[in-house]
Write a protein that binds this ligand. Sequence first.
Ligand SMILES: *Cc1c(COP(=O)(O)O)cnc(C)c1O
Length: 432
Amino acid sequence: MSPISRLPSVPGHPFIAYQGDALQVEGVPLSRLAQAHGTPLFVYSKAAMLDALGAYQRGFAGRHAQICYAMKANSSLGVLQVFAQAGCGFDIVSGGELERVVAAGGDAAKVIFSGVGKSRAEMAQALSAGIGCFNVESETELDVLSAVALGMGLTAPVSIRVNPNVDPKTHPYISTGLKGNKFGVAHEDALRIYQHAASLKGLRVIGIDCHIGSQITTTEPYLDAMDRVLELITSIEAAGIPIAHIDFGGGLGIDYGNDEKGATPPQADALWQQLLAKIDAKGFAHKKLMIEPGRSLVGNAGVCVTEVLYLKPGEQKNFCIIDAAMNDLPRPAMYQAFHAIVPLSITAKPQATYDVVGPVCESGDWIGRDRALNVAAGDFMAVLSAGAYCMSMASNYNTRGRAAEVLVDGDTAHVIRQRETAQDQMRGEQLV
Ligand SMILES: *Cc1c(COP(=O)(O)O)cnc(C)c1O
């Protein structure tokens, strides 16, 4: 048996693989990066991001379409720069994210602004920057946005987020298109709310949007949601309000390598073939298409490299204590999410089953449970599928500095974020 076949597979990570005994991202061995930059360390593959983007670009070939990267998945400037240079727009959810887009060289005209709680100041900031569209999530928000725009002598381009009320069959915390969710407006109220929007002087209705959830691994919820949205467009246009673009949100899942729950998500291009057929059948082939993928563009482009600090055998459980924790990798603590964990180098060490945990003082601080690992203290491991919703959700809990980040491009490794120091964390604080 070859050593590699003993390891958990690295599904969906085409640019992260073992070369001989050593795990590499593109042409760069991860152990070299761990030694040079310390751990925990996030490492991303530029080629993997562009490859994931390519699946969407293929899906939309020959169409009037705009891909807006949902940057809350990973908002590091070096990551945004990759997508800006590839022609992407951005889906933002705060004024801070807009500042990041500008700092990374992104085009404000290709920005869409989502979220249920935009403040007046954020609306004004986005209007001054000249963003492409506001995705409005409530009737009151329409009134406020119209007033803010009129006060600036502008009109705000809007689409309304409608709630298609389909079950995306994902974790309840990341399902967003159901009636009980805080997002969007109800399908049955949408026409009336569109008519209200069209009557407001400070607004210019340009599109419709929906986003049904995240980590969606089957095609059906998308197909159902598209049917619901297309029905609505027909009735909104019949009421005399033209809809120039359809924004279909994000949410496509990635393969986390979790065999038990292992539904393999559809490929973006295959999914869009089916969705485009529905759009064309309704006679809407000329409409501009917008999408807001986040996780599926970056999730499997990144890993988090960590060092094994201690092995702690116990009566009921063995613990493998690593130097990455819930402040770096919050998904297991937040959603009981699964990340595959693999060694950086293949060795013949004895195998045992461990709960992999971090140093934070919480029992919720676990990264993986019941994992068979061949490791010793001092070894490096990689937590896979760590490109999305890890660094962007990282915190300073326990006064832990946020990790450094490296972007690999072929044989070159660029540091895109320095490790945060305690001084960095205390900046802005003062004694009484
Ligand atoms: C989070 C979010 C996305 C991206 O979701 P992914 O699951 O990361 O693709 C897209 N649109 C909106 C409005 C979001 O809130």
